[in-house]
Write a protein that binds this ligand. Structure first.
Ligand code: IVH
Length: 693
């Protein structure tokens, strides 16, 4: 990578500037392809950002050097008053759909093709290409001399809309083709939204109290027709190429599979899940294979597409009105279905959150029968306007839990009152509250509420909290249901007789559990604080609090201002900690736990965080030869370091052991130094400043 800094650009001769601009553009295009299309970045994000900033600065100084294919041109763009019509050079056709979702669909298509081609039984099989039918919206990308000059929607097939500005914001779509590009190349494909991107977008909307989107397809289609490209950028879109429009100055490969390979070589994203093979049996096999992996795909599909592979045969087959005779879509059962909303139940989650759950007339959707689906919260429910008795649309795609996305249009036969949240928790009867500005209702019962109590106990006993081995799901259910444990301190008052009487328990297990409970009493302040399950106080925050205050009493007395002094503690955490300890029931539980004999070394908590690793973030991955993960973490923390679960630009070291996985790859990708256990041991005993990275 070139190293000249920005400061020197002013004295660079224009010819060198031009060369530098070209070099930067090529480098950025190359890295964008590696990042977006191949999903295999070659340089750290920070390095990409640096190159990008340099190009931006040069283009600002020499505006005449700005070109349409410059990576800087993905952003800008004014909002439009309306989208302009575009006449397609080659019409964008639709595709015939095979409605029989069984294997018969593929056989019928093959039979039709053979008939049209005049083949009889003695003739060899026809070769087909098979690919996925992406559930998004069709787009035509026009490249002239390798540069993206126009992107248009399908519209009515003859005339679409110019959405070039919006399409430019999609990182996966190259602004310039790689290699020797034809004079004109129109690429057709599908713009879609990945499921994880869709879920994350909806989660952001929920948190912001804004409307959520119904499904990835509608969201993608809506985004691409936005008038303001700045809004489009907030909707993460993806693209797959699957065909051609107008082509000039290019010797077409002889097959469709060859065309797709060529498009991939031009730098366009082409889905890897595709095949070619002989006759109907190859199509049936592909249909089955994809059906099995449909739920695991990162995006929605509504079927597969079969195409006659030979372009010469495609030409021979031709079209009938709006559809080619050489292609067919073979569908799968839908991931959205309509059914009746029979009722609405309230589920109390582990944090006390109340979730309205739709009780549905059982319906087969996305491969299973669904009779419950989430409505998320009261506001979502109201926004969707669903009422008991309505026909509603249920969506189940991939691993995502089924949800009600809306109601079918139509009038209600009778008046149905709007659903209301209960004012009392259906599990414990405690008051239900909603924080100002929040869309969530929650039960205020805390440990009084059995739904939350079980979860609180499991959390308390967890390996990273008080670490009471053997206190799992089943036992907690038994203890709570038999009313042996109501509060956290009750755990330490369990008697041998009661325990041994529990089903599947016996004397041996009972005494073992009591031993483990006894052993758990010797802990650290950080673990103890974490085990209380204070909202927003995770393991790291608990440790930071312990380190900062040193003594439990100091923390109990701290007001919000004092809490805000703690590293990484903001108003939300400070408020949550303060209200936890302001609740007399929680204070009582803490006091009783202390009275039960829970103890920690008060000085341990007060450690200043000074040490050879102070200020350093370390990620552990794989199995180390001698240290367990917890031991390694303890050593790193004792040396002032912080252990994090994921590798980022901010990670200082990754310590890798045997069968280290993606974290190691990520470290290499980002250039984060990777150490083995021996190197870690050296680091722990050396002063940090003397360690060269
Ligand atoms: S080929 C002339 N291939 O399905 C054939 N279409 O009606 C043109 N689609 O709106 C279509 N995945 O956007 C083709 N692998 C694929 C596809 C695909 C999705 C969409 C396309 C069009 C509709 C076909």
């Amino acid at each position: 990578m070139g190293g000249e800094g920005l400061a020197s650009t002013a004295v660079v001769e224009p010819i060198e500037t031009l060369q530098r601009v070209r070099w930067l553009r090529d480098a950025l295009n190359h890295h964008a392809h590696a990042y977006y299309v191949l999903d295999a970045p070659e340089i750290p994000d920070a390095e990409y950002d640096r190159l990008f900033a340099e190009l931006q600065a040069l283009e600002a100084a020499y505006p005449e050097l700005v070109s349409a294919d410059s990576p800087t041109q993905r952003v800008g763009g004014q909002a439009l008053p309306e989208l302009q019509p575009v006449r397609h050079a080659v019409p964008m056709l639709s595709i015939q759909t095979e409605t029989d979702t069984t294997a018969v669909g593929a056989e019928q298509f093959d039979a039709r093709v053979r008939r049209e081609l005049g083949l009889d039984l003695a003739d060899p099989e026809v070769e087909y290409a098979a690919e996925l039918k992406f559930d998004g919206l069709a787009i035509n990308l026009r490249y002239e001399a390798g540069v993206l000059v126009q992107a248009a929607t399908r519209g009515d097939g003859e005339t679409g809309e110019d959405v070039t500005q919006n399409v430019r914001t999609i990182g996966q779509i190259p602004l310039r083709l790689r290699g020797l590009a034809p004079a004109v190349l129109e690429v057709r494909g599908e713009i879609y939204m990945r499921r994880d991107d869709f879920e994350a977008l909806n989660e952001r909307q929920r948190v912001a109290g804004e409307k959520t989107f119904v499904n990835p397809r509608n969201t993608a289609a809506g985004a691409i027709r936005q008038l303001d490209p700045a809004l489009v950028r907030q909707r993460p879109l993806s693209f797959f190429a699957y065909g051609l429009g107008e082509v000039q100055g290019w010797n077409l490969p002889p097959t469709h599979a060859g065309v797709l390979d060529a498009l991939a070589a031009f730098g366009l994203p082409v889905c890897a899940r595709r095949t070619s093979g002989q006759g109907a049996s190859a199509l049936v096999a592909f249909h089955q294979l994809v059906a099995d992996e449909r739920d695991a795909l990162p995006f929605d599909i509504d079927g597969v597409v079969y195409k006659v592979n030979s372009l010469a045969l495609q030409q021979q087959l031709g079209f009938k009105t709006r559809e080619p005779r050489w292609a067919v879509a073979h569908k799968y059962p839908a991931q959205e279905q309509a059914t009746r909303l029979n009722g609405i139940d309230i589920q109390v989650g582990r944090t006390g959150k109340l979730t309205p759950v739709a009780k549905l007339e059982p319906v087969f959707v996305g491969g299973t029968t669904v009779s419950n689906a989430t409505l998320h919260n009261l506001f979502e429910l109201r926004r969707k306007g669903v009422r008991i008795g309505d026909q509603v649309i249920v969506r189940r795609a991939g691993d995502v839990i089924p949800e009600v996305v809306g109601r079918m249009p139509g009038r209600r036969a009778a008046y149905v009152p709007n659903f209301r949240m209960p004012s009392q928790c259906p599990v414990c009867g405690s008051a239900v509250e909603r924080d100002r500005g929040s869309v969530e209702h929650r039960c205020t019962g805390g440990l009084v509420c059995a739904a939350q109590r079980k979860q609180a106990l499991l959390h308390f006993a967890g390996r990273r909290a008080m670490d009471v081995e053997g206190l799992g799901d089943k036992l907690v259910d038994q203890l709570v249901d038999a009313e042996l444990v109501r509060t956290l301190p009750d755990l330490y008052r369990l008697g041998f007789v009661h325990l041994a009487e529990l089903e599947r328990m016996g004397e041996r297990s009972a005494s073992k559990l009591l031993e483990r409970l006894e052993a758990s009493k010797q802990t650290t302040l950080g673990r103890f604080l974490f085990s209380l399950g204070i909202r927003h106080v995770g393991e790291t925050t608990a440790k930071d609090l312990a380190r900062h205050f040193g003594k439990l009493d100091a923390l109990l007395q701290a007001d919000e201002a004092a809490l805000l002094q703690v590293k990484d503690v903001g108003p939300v955490v400070a408020h949550s900690v303060r209200s936890f300890f302001a609740n007399p029931m929680n204070l009582e539980a803490v006091e009783q736990l202390r009275a039960c004999g829970i103890r920690w070394d008060e000085s341990e908590g007060a450690s200043t965080g000074e040490g050879p690793l102070s200020g350093k973030t370390v990620v552990l991955t794989g199995t180390l030869p001698t240290l367990s993960r917890d031991e390694a973490q303890a050593l790193i923390e004792a040396a002032g370091g912080k252990v994090s679960g994921s590798v980022s630009k901010k990670t200082h070291y990754v310590v890798a052991g045997e069968s280290a996985g993606s974290k190691l790859d990520k470290a290499r990708e980002l250039g984060v130094p990777v150490l083995d256990e021996a190197a870690l041991q050296v680091l722990l005993t050396t002063h940090s400043s003397s360690v060269s990275t």
